[in-house]
Design a protein around this ligand. Structure first.
Ligand code: ADX
Length: 187
């Protein structure tokens, strides 16, 4: 069956919402909330998450530039399969470099790739330190940690940018739902 047929079956258009940002910026929290909001609007979705994929499809990959690129390549291929099934993908990966995001965009296709920059200052992410990783990285326990010993290149012109240190999850979810719903509804 073609993608078009599957989209007709599901009464929606498939897209990939690609959340990029530092560890602790709020990508997962925001994507989980948006997924619930889209479900309430009748949209069928799937979540692809960095931490989750790294225990399965991407198991064994580290955090060198090369390993991250392979991580993103696999994630983008998985996302591509999902949109082929008519499903809306919410993908949450740090995706620290423009080259990695360009790779994902190219694999998925420009028209289907919606980049969301989850922007919180490093100091805020570090203060939150939900997983205790910044503390560990500062103590020398984690090499190539994004934001500290490995670079994060902010997107130049993301489709949407959310400042999670300013906006509440509720208002950010509302804004993203309003922005994306017109793109997911079949005419
Ligand atoms: S990416 O850079 O390849 O896109 P991905 O989103 O899959 O990263 O995984 C990031 C998660 O891995 C972080 O949220 C954190 O829990 C964990 N992690 C472990 N080591 C590192 C590291 N060196 N840099 C960043 N995140 C790390």
């Amino acid at each position: 069956m073609s993608r078009e047929e599957k989209e007709t079956l599901l009464q929606q258009r498939a897209k990939v919402l690609w959340f990029t940002g530092l560890s602790g910026a709020g990508k997962t929290t925001l994507a989980d909330a948006l997924e619930r909001s889209l479900a309430a609007n009748g949209i069928a979705t799937i979540r692809l998450d960095g931490d989750a994929l790294r225990t399965g499809l991407c198991e064994g990959l580290g955090f060198s530039d090369e390993a991250r690129t392979e991580n993103i390549r696999r994630a983008a291929e998985a996302a591509r399969l999902c949109i082929g099934a008519g499903v809306v993908v919410l993908a949450t990966f740090i995706t620290p470099s423009r080259a990695m995001r360009d790779l994902a965009r190219a694999r998925i296709g420009e028209a289907d790739f919606l980049e969301i920059y989850v922007n919180a200052p490093l100091a805020v992410c570090e203060a939150r330190d939900v997983k205790g990783l910044y503390r560990k990285a500062r103590a020398g326990g984690i090499a190539q940690f994004t934001g500290l010993s490995a670079a994060y290149e902010p997107p130049n012109s993301p489709w949407q940018e959310i400042h999670t240190d300013i906006a509440s999850i509720e208002s950010a979810t509302r804004a993203l739902t309003e922005a994306v719903m017109p793109l997911l509804v079949r005419p």
